[in-house]
Write a protein that binds this ligand. Structure first.
Ligand code: GN1
Ligand code: MG
Length: 358
């Protein structure tokens, strides 16, 4: 560990890294300053099996954090070091360090005195919507093609359906015959769900820079529960704004669980929907009328995409998502499928809410 830390530009004296139990993808450690008032740090081993282009990933984070920092400076904001993450470069100027064994490490300056939240209430949903809307707005003048896709085709439903078709063709665990109903259900919606990709090809829908993991636990809040800083920037990449809006609603505006064994628990929480949408639209002043109109569709798209991804992993024999019991991915599939149905049922209500906020 000392050897790793030694590779980074850390001017002050620090203690031994302590492991932190957060996130499933990277391994994280906290490095405390030895002397009061000096900087502490956040060390991570990057999962390069999931993020195969670490150079591109780190360049993305560098561009995004510097861009936001300049925006905050121009707006005359105070306390900027707590409002945007700051990468610590390695001594050779790179934005990461690769060990002789091939592991990749990176360091951020630690943002002090923050809390995180796992559950969303209508009140916190509005603030969360503002925070993610502001994040997109701050990046809205950074051309989307300046960033790479840190996971290629991450939120591209056409690609996810190709992956499903490959899994169906191979059917390595002989699971598809028991899932005819799911396959038919997915098939009936294919055309509709590829609409955003078609609109993009026709030049009608733009891509922008998205966070692509808009869970409330990716926001650091200050002591007064005000959002301070958006974190977990690994999946920040070009995409449709529908991704960030839809993925938040998929995870937060659901009265049931992502993997609820009883799909009857699953309904759309329209109070959360309204509150988040209000906060988001207030800040996302760059949205075109078409983007706004597509927001309810974005909710269905992201839930459908997750249905397809869980189901593909089920067919492939659970190679991507960690499972807690043998049928977990199938249970997740059915829970997300029900969420899409529920979102279809209240599509008109969602559209009314969006129209009333515009
Ligand atoms: C993964 O590990 P977590 O919860 O941050 C996945 C998301 C999925 C989510 C489903 C890199 O995110 O895209 O929506 O699981 N992240 C990656 O729970 O694949
Ligand atoms: Mg995450």
């Amino acid at each position: 560990m000392k050897e790793i830390l030694n590779q980074f530009v850390i001017p002050n004296e620090v203690a031994e890294p302590q492991p932190l139990k957060i996130g499933f993808i990277n391994d994280s450690f906290i490095i405390r300053a030895k002397n009061k008032g000096e900087k502490s740090y956040f060390l991570q081993r990057i999962n390069h099996h999931i993020f195969q282009n670490v150079e591109g990933l780190q360049q993305n984070i560098w561009k995004v954090t510097n861009h936001i920092r300049r925006k905050l400076e121009a707006a005359g904001e105070t306390d900027i070091d707590r409002k945007v993450l700051q990468l610590v470069p390695a001594k050779d100027g790179k934005l990461y360090y690769q060990t002789p064994e091939g592991d990749y490490w990176r360091v951020y300056v630690l943002i002090e005195n923050t809390t995180s939240q796992e559950k969303v209430t209508p009140a916190s949903a509005e603030l969360t919507g503002q925070a993610f809307g502001r994040f997109q707005r701050q990046l809205s003048d950074l051309p989307f093609d300046e960033l790479c896709e840190s996971i290629p085709n991450f939120h591209n439903i056409e690609f996810r359906l190709h992956q499903l078709d490959d899994a169906l063709a191979d059917d390595p665990k002989h699971r598809k015959d028991d899932c005819k109903d799911v396959i038919d259900w997915i098939d009936r919606r294919r055309d509709e769900m590829c609409l955003a990709e078609r609109l993009f090809r026709e030049g009608k829908l733009t891509k922008r820079i998205n966070h692509c993991d808009t869970k409330v636990n990716n926001i650091l809040f200050d002591q007064d529960s005000k959002p301070m800083c958006i974190v977990d920037l690994d999946t920040v990449m070009p995409g449709f704004v529908l991704s960030d809006f839809g993925d938040f609603m998929r995870t937060a505006a659901n009265t049931g669980l992502e993997d609820d064994p009883n799909p009857d628990n699953i309904h759309v929480d329209l109070d959360i929907f309204r509150a988040y949408a209000r906060g988001y639209i207030k800040e996302a002043t760059f949205l075109t009328p078409l983007e706004k109109q597509l927001l309810p569709y974005g909710c269905r798209l992201l839930s459908y995409m997750q249905t397809v991804r869980f189901f593909t992993d089920w067919l492939n024999g659970d190679t991507y998502y960690k499972i807690l019991y043998p049928e977990h991915n199938l249970v997740r599939t059915r829970a997300q499928l029900r969420l899409v149905e529920e979102q279809e049922r209240v599509a008109d209500k969602m559209a009314e809410i969006i129209a009333s906020l515009s």
